[in-house]
Design a protein around this ligand. Structure first.
Ligand code: GDP
Length: 139
């Protein structure tokens, strides 16, 4: 059964380009409630842990370098059908294939620097949320 939470982070390119506010506005206007939020940095090692599932992929090292290149804004979000609805809001991994009006269509630069993360399952949403936030940081 679908839970009502997902995890996201605004990635370094979008934060550095000053799109944090615009992206949060889109997220709230789409009906998501922000449960937890902060601005932080990932070390290369922590980025590697977060994306461990991709460790055999050719883009893994580049992805870890990119994700540790600047500040990110992780968030836990709440809404009915959160995981699927949020994936719809952000659009395809490759912005060239993302639908009009999606966050990645508007703000992503490339398949790697694609502005925002969205969990792909309820299970991963819970794991990823607790990677960044303690239960006491959730409101
Ligand atoms: P997501 O669930 O849409 O974020 O996509 P994935 O879980 O498949 O990939 C994780 C992240 O790795 C993506 O958001 C991109 O930042 C990056 N990525 C995925 N595929 C590629 C690729 O083919 N090349 C490069 N350079 N980066 C990729």
């Amino acid at each position: 059964m679908a839970t009502n939470r997902t995890f996201t982070m605004i990635k370094p390119d979008a934060v550095a380009d000053g799109h944090t506010g615009a992206i949060i506005k889109m997220i709230e206007e789409a009906g998501f409630r922000i449960v937890a939020i902060k601005k932080t940095l990932l070390t290369g090692e922590r980025a590697g842990q977060f994306y461990a599932v991709h460790s055999e992929r050719p883009f893994y090292q580049g992805l870890c370098d990119y994700m540790s290149s600047g500040a990110i804004v992780p968030m836990i979000l709440e809404k009915e059908n959160a995981v699927a609805d949020f994936r719809k809001l952000i659009g395809a991994t490759n912005p060239a294939q993302a639908e009009e009006g999606t966050i990645r269509k508007l703000y992503a630069k490339s398949i790697e620097s694609n502005a925002i993360h969205g969990s792909d399952s309820d299970e991963n949403a819970a794991i990823e949320g607790s990677f960044f936030f303690a239960a006491t940081e959730e409101y």
